[in-house]
Design a protein around this ligand. Structure first.
Ligand code: NDP
Ligand code: GDR
Length: 372
């Protein structure tokens, strides 16, 4: 008998990778997606199976984490062995603009899933993975950050996720549920949302070298993040639910890098050496040399600048995770390092942007997104 998994947030970066991973393991995968005015299933289109056919292994359901009746019904219908709660308003900066919604979806949404399991009498059957985050550590208390490091959240997003973290622990302790937190540090990839900093940078590298954009505007380039690849991290989610006992795990690489260095590494992938001058709001990045044979950028050209609009009211300055527990207990080991991550993201965005440029030049309308 195939195991059954239910993924909330299946249309997101992690949800799509996880669905693919679980299908390859022989699971029947149910995903919850939100209704939207245009179809936004690009990340899972390659997994789609016509529901009219027999033996369908991947099924989508309309739903929302803010609607308990809907969650109870879907969980009752699908009777999952494993639930991966990945759905969230996941953008830290946007959470300052939509704090109440973020608390509802990211905080109470988790409670709704846990309660649904309890109401439906599934607490002995269904294991739950909660997508917790390194944002919980917020204002630096100690480095590297481990499962024992105290939390000090610095955004409405992180505060909502802190509720989700503790309600998961509480339901485990109060009702004996197999409910676990994966405290995942930043993880990226070619399908990362376009407004997270890594993808914003790799898209800009591609657009700048192809002459489609002049400059990349960023916020705080001094922030340091422990960046890994989403493909490695979704495997850890699965491993967490395959343990004998429910526990919480930090998933990280243990290496931290500034946003500025990520910018340098990304442009270097396209053969452009950058030099930064100035400080704070006046810092700028210039072309020091360009060895790329296909694209030419003139030396001294200013291609990176700071826009304070991207600063956050309260920032998380330094994240660096201690993955010792996940390495020893889960046997988890990432396959990607930062170099191979940046390489893959830049190469993918150059292909994406070449296609976009070609279509535009051919007179086709291309939805380009809005720079945020
Ligand atoms: P994404 O932003 O790419 O995906 C979020 C998903 O949640 C999307 O499918 C989105 O749907 C869905 N969603 C948002 N709000 C709701 C709602 N109210 N009801 C139902 N679905 C909703 O995030 P990631 O894939 O990067 O992250 C997955 C999870 O892991 C998130 O909870 C995130 O907070 C957490 N996390 C992520 C890390 C990272 O570095 N990527 C690190 C640590 C934690 P739609 O497509 O319709 O917008
Ligand atoms: P983060 O990711 O907030 O860590 O949350 P993001 O990529 O948005 O920011 C990382 C750091 O880069 C700085 N930064 C900018 N960020 C964005 N988005 N845009 C900019 O122009 C810019 N310039 C500088 C930020 O200030 C920050 O310090 C991600 C999300 O996936 C969360 O859901 C997840 O929980 C955490 O990672 C772990």
């Amino acid at each position: 008998m195939s195991k059954v998994a239910l993924i909330t947030g299946v249309t997101g970066q992690d949800g799509a990778y996880l669905a693919e991973f679980l299908l390859a393991k022989g699971y029947i995968v149910h995903g919850i997606k939100r209704r939207s005015s245009i179809i936004k299933t690009d990340r899972i289109d390659h997994l789609y199976q016509d529901p009219h056919e027999e033996n369908v292994k991947f099924k989508l359901h309309y739903g929302d984490l803010t609607d308990s009746t809907n969650l109870i019904r879907i969980i009752q219908e699908t009777q999952p062995d494993e639930i991966y709660n990945l759905a969230a308003m996941s953008h830290v900066k946007v959470s300052f603009d939509t704090p109440e919604y973020t608390a509802n979806a990211d905080g109470l949404g988790t409670l709704r899933i846990l309660e649904a399991i309890r109401i439906l009498g599934l607490k002995k059957k269904t294991k739950i993975y909660q997508a917790s985050t390194s944002e919980l550590y917020g204002l630096v208390q100690e480095v590297p950050q481990s499962e024992k490091t105290p939390f000090y959240p610095r955004s409405p997003y992180a505060v909502a996720k802190m509720y989700a973290y503790w309600i998961t622990v509480n339901y485990r302790e109060a009702y004996g549920m197999f409910a676990c937190n994966g405290i995942l540090f930043n993880h990226e990839g070619p399908t990362r949302g376009e407004t997270f900093v890594t993808r914003k940078i790799t898209r800009a590298v591609a657009k700048i070298v192809l002459g489609m954009q002049d400059k990349l505007y960023l916020g705080n380039m001094n922030a340091k993040r422990d960046w890994g690849h989403a493909k490695d991290y979704i495997e850890a989610m699965w491993l967490i639910l395959q343990q004998d006992e429910p526990e919480d795990f930090v998933i990280a690489t243990g290496v931290t890098t500034t946003v500025r260095d990520f910018v340098k590494f990304a442009f270097a992938e396209a053969g452009i050496e950058l030099e930064f001058k100035g400080e704070g709001e006046n810092e700028k990045g210039y072309v020091k040399s360009c060895s790329n044979k296909e694209f030419k950028l003139e030396t001294g050209k200013e291609i990176v600048a700071v826009d304070p609009a991207y600063f956050r009211p309260t920032e998380v300055d330094l994240l660096i995770g201690d993955p010792t527990k996940s390495k020893t207990k889960l046997g988890w080991k990432p396959k990607y390092d930062l170099k191979s991550l940046v390489e893959e993201m830049v190469a993918s965005d150059i292909v994406n942007m070449k296609r976009e440029k070609y279509l535009k030049e051919g007179g086709y309308q291309v939805f380009d997104g809005i720079e945020l």
